[in-house]
Ligand binder design. Sequence first.
Ligand SMILES: [Zn+2]
Length: 298
Amino acid sequence: MRNQCLLTIAFVGVMGGLPIAAQKAPAPSDGKLRIIAFGAHPDDCDSRAGGTAAKYAALGHHVKFVSVTNGDAGHQSQGGGALAMRRRQEAREAGRRIGIEYETLDNHDAELLPTLEVRHQIIRKIREWNADVVMGPRTNDYHPDHRYTGVLIQDAAYMVVVPNVCPDTPALRRNPVFLYFQDGFQRPNPFRPDIAVAIDDVIEKKISMLDAHTSQMYEWLPWVAGTLASVPKDPEARRDWLRKSRFGRPLAEPVREALRKWYGAQADAVRHAEAFEVCEYGRRPSEQDLRALFPFFP
Ligand SMILES: [Zn+2]
């Protein structure tokens, strides 16, 4: 990470003297939506928004997942650069399986802090993607990396439109809508599902995406949970195990309520959904805006 920091600082110093034309311009718009989601670790975005991302991608919209850390602490017997490389490849493969881009930043796992340097990394990613929607975790999650990813995204909201902040990457002219991923934490306030997306039609794509994170789904997370011995060795059997262990629970009632708002009578048949809460710091969308940003509702 330190090498990258030095490079970034040197790069910014040089860029300060370059004419506008030489600066990195945001991706041109082709009329499709542009979504960027940030997780602390490679696999976080997948479990919170993988189904929604698959639905956007199937309609030709542009989705990018970013892992803010490289995941180099997330294993019981591996670590450091070798684990970071393994997880970067897993994330890339997960993105490939649903047709989205997946980038892993080189900040250390379990050491993330909401510094100005990381805030600037995030501001640049949002601008380069020319994002309409930015997603990330709330700031009251159990894991410090998740909490600080939430803080970093809140800190980037609004700053992405300020031209004097990170002037090497042109500011957005319109603030994106910032959304929080669903979580179960209750304090200081529970998650509020403003939007719920039915993902039954893409649940196998989401499982396929998670299945790409071998080091997590079949090694690290079962080791932490004490269930490593129950993970089958056969690839098909372990995918079934993943499906049963992660997708068997009924939907929370507030999410079911949100589904009723957006899907009407169709909501009661939905088995799998992903929900999002509108963050107060980005653009404040109307219901009509949300229907345009989530082109999935009947
Ligand atoms: Zn995580």
